[in-house]
Design a protein around this ligand. Structure first.
Ligand SMILES: [Zn+2]
Length: 256
């Protein structure tokens, strides 16, 4: 039998798999419109503290963790992602000569990732979740670091470059033909650096969502000029607007 070709794809969650920021969506369960991205940036606390604070504020307003989960069910996946997951499912059988691992690598947090897998029935497609840990304390969710790192650009508790490195180290005996990361945020730049380190037979690809922060960091407003940050990436850069575009790209890669 023909040897399988190994690939790995990492997905961010907030505004990538899920159509908006998951915790902000959940926070809309309370009559409080102060939580928005601008407010969060102005808080200037770490994402761990900010997300723990949002969970606590929801709890203090009388909502349970179960209420939060119910609210989360109303957040749709980004356009084309259900189809993209179905596409990836096609390779989950013995006959396929493509083996693709799927990893959720996100600054959301463990409880929200667990809900994502359960609610959207992704347990057969997500092989691993890498995110901030969570603990339930006093009926609310406390967010904790995933690991320690020294990256100056990342939030305390999770650097996606280091997370990719740690994950690939554990799979040393697998020879990947391609690594992909799909995201939207400024913290996904480190993930791009992470996959850039593994310059494999087929080139790796960073998917940056059009008109979101990662895209704006890498491509100037004229749409052509790449920034210095972009030059430092040693991987392909693809701009995406929906899951269908990522699917088409992968389809081509797999048929080469
Ligand atoms: Zn980093």
């Amino acid at each position: 039998m023909e040897e399988k070709r190994n690939y790995i794809i990492f997905f961010d969650l907030d505004s990538t798999v899920a159509s908006e920021n998951t915790l902000l969506h959940i926070s809309s369960i309370i009559n409080n419109n102060k939580f928005n991205m601008d407010y969060i940036y102005d808080m200037k606390t770490s994402w761990i503290d900010t997300s723990s604070y949002i969970f606590k504020t929801i709890t203090d307003s009388g909502k349970s963790i179960e209420d939060m989960k119910e609210k989360y069910k109303t957040l749709p996946l980004t356009k084309g992602f259900p189809e993209l997951f179905d596409f990836l499912r096609k390779f989950r059988n013995k006959e396929s000569n493509i083996n693709i691992e799927v990893v959720l690598l996100t600054g959301a947090n463990q409880i929200i990732c667990d809900w994502t897998v359960e609610i959207f029935k992704l347990d057969d497609i997500i092989d691993e979740v890498v995110t901030y840990k969570t603990k339930i304390i006093d009926n609310t969710v406390q967010v904790l670091p995933f690991h320690e790192h020294k990256c100056p650009d990342c939030e305390i508790g999770l650097c996606k470059e280091q997370a990719i490195h740690e994950l690939i180290e554990k799979r040393k005996d697998i020879k990947y033909e391609g690594m992909f990361f799909a995201g939207d945020g400024d913290n996904d730049y480190c993930a791009g650096l992470g996959i850039s380190k593994y310059n494999l037979k087929a080139k790796n690809t960073l998917f940056a969502r059009k008109d979101y922060m990662l895209h704006d960091m890498l491509i100037l407003k004229d749409g052509k000029t790449k920034t210095d940050l972009c030059q430092k990436l040693n991987c392909n850069l693809e701009i995406w607007e929906d899951g269908f575009e990522i699917m088409k790209y992968l389809e081509k890669e797999f048929t080469i």
